[in-house]
Design a protein around this ligand. Structure first.
Ligand code: 0X9
Ligand code: CA
Ligand code: ZN
Length: 459
């Protein structure tokens, strides 16, 4: 199953092989993260490569062990982001490497505005625009939505959580009515569901996904029956931007840098950044699914939760334990790209393991497969791709027993846009997950209902 030759659509809509050759040449001469002043990042210049040869999860894990990130997986090839040293190590494993074009130039030949998306991608939201959009949503739907600053990023940007819930009482409240409430009768708690986005700086489409969810829940409440029911009967938390520093760095120069990690300095190293999705406090660094080298794309940090952004969100999740019970029942962490619905564990190839019974695995797979049917993604256990350790979904499940999925959004391949799909796809590709998100919300009160075991687990 060979992928089609990558085709690049220029702003004027024409696709030319000359453009591809030109882009390839440019990519070699001008690395993704280049800028005019050769700084400490100069040694870290990375490219995407197509690597032909690896065909098993173990082989892919071995490639990832060089410290490269694995961006896409196909039957007998993968796409990685690697610096020159990592690429050389992969070559010595006997695989064929081909440099892929660097990030697209969406500048339209105009002078870039620092910290703004390039003109042709203006529909993407930078940090400030995203925060303004969220504030506008909250102002438009004040009875449904509120915002909490749950902490700060390394560089001091607010990390926020938006809480969405309707005024309806939770199901199971004995009697509605002010009198009973005044008597101190407790309403049953609403199941809570968490949506997180943008752990990886260059995965900007995921912020748009979070913004879409706020708009959809706000604007469809009282109009769409499914949305209304879920907003009323759940508490929905949206953390739209886990890595604001990395996201801003990726767009700061006017041309995309293909940056992945946060922007935290590392002791004794000129390489910045921790891979947030290797820094969570569950089997951290256990299993060859992350790197201990500061320069690596998958650097796991100096210790679990050493990245302030991971600490902030972990503390927030822990704060949802009320009377000893975690209120958050299910979660999706949005990434790009590859069009996948993934479930834990990532640290082991085994379907079941300590912390994952057969019934739990079956519920994950059942709901995951059903969500994937609705959005056309491919459902699988995350380690079917390659081993990862210290990921958010392994922590949310392994430590907090939250049914946590990872969605890898559009596109399916590097050739179809990779980390930088044009802004024209935002509306389509965020709405594409509407049904899957509603499915997770509808299942969240009892994930075991999906496998016919509600009686056993949920009464
Ligand atoms: O490697 C990652 O962190 C994710 N892929 S990405 O290209 N967005 O970087 C995949 C994580 C898959 N593993 C788990 N979810 N455990
Ligand atoms: Ca555009
Ligand atoms: Zn990612």
């Amino acid at each position: 199953m060979r992928p089609p030759t990558p085709r690049f659509r220029r702003p004027n809509g024409r696709v030319t092989t000359a453009a591809i050759a030109g882009l390839l040449a440019l990519a070699v001469a001008t690395p993704a993260s280049s800028n005019s002043t050769p700084g400490p990042d100069a040694r870290e210049r990375v490219h995407e490569y197509e690597v032909t040869g690896p065909r098993t999860a173990a082989q892919r894990t071995a490639v990832a062990a060089t410290g490269a990130s694995v961006d896409a997986v196909r039957r007998d090839s993968i796409v990685i982001t690697a610096d020159a040293g990592q690429a050389e190590r992969v070559r010595r494993m006997g695989y064929l490497l081909r440099v892929l074009p660097g990030p697209p130039d969406r500048g339209d030949g105009r002078k870039p505005t620092p910290f703004d998306f390039p003109p042709a991608d203006a529909k993407y939201h930078n940090y400030k625009e995203a925060m303004a959009e969220i504030d506008a949503d909250i102002a438009a739907y004040p009875s449904l939505m509120s915002k909490q600053v749950i902490g700060k990023s390394y560089e001091g940007r607010d990390i926020i959580a938006v809480k969405i819930t309707g005024s309806a009482k939770a199901a199971g409240a004995a009697q509605p009515g002010a009198a009973r409430e005044a008597d101190g009768e407790k309403a049953a708690a609403k199941p809570e569901v968490l949506f997180t986005a943008h752990q990886h700086a260059r995965e900007h489409l995921t912020v748009e996904m979070a913004l879409y969810l706020l708009k959809e829940f706000g604007s469809q409440y009282g109009k769409d029956a499914r949305v209304t029911k879920m907003v009323d009967s759940r508490v929905i938390w949206v953390v739209p931007d886990l890595n604001p520093d990395g996201g801003e760095y990726d767009i700061a120069s006017g041309s995309y840098r293909s940056w992945r990690k946060n922007r935290q300095p590392n002791n004794g190293s000129s390489s910045r950044g921790t891979d947030l999705n290797r820094n969570w406090d569950y089997k951290w660094g256990c299993c060859g699914g992350s790197s201990g080298s500061t320069g690596s794309e998958t650097y796991r940090g100096s210790g679990p939760e050493s990245a302030p952004e991971v600490k902030v969100v972990s503390d927030f999740v822990r704060s949802r334990v009320v009377n000893g019970k975690q209120q958050i029942k299910a979660a999706i962490d949005f990434h790009t790209y590859s069009e996948l619905v993934l479930w834990p564990f990532g640290w082991t190839y085994d379907d079941t393991a300590p912390g994952m019974t057969q019934d739990e695995r079956d519920a994950f797979a059942k709901v995951g497969t059903s969500m994937a049917r609705s959005n056309g993604y491919t459902p699988e256990q995350s380690s079917d791709l390659y081993i990862t350790d210290g990921t958010i979904d392994d922590w949310l499940w392994g430590n907090q027993k939250i049914f946590a999925y990872t969605f890898e959004m559009y596109p399916s391949s590097a050739g179809a846009g990779g980390f930088y799909p044009p802004d024209e796809v935002i509306d389509r590709e965020t709405a594409r997950n509407r049904d899957a998100v509603l499915q997770l919300l509808e299942n969240a009160d009892c994930m075991y209902r999906s496998i016919g075991k509600e009686q056993q687990y949920c009464t």
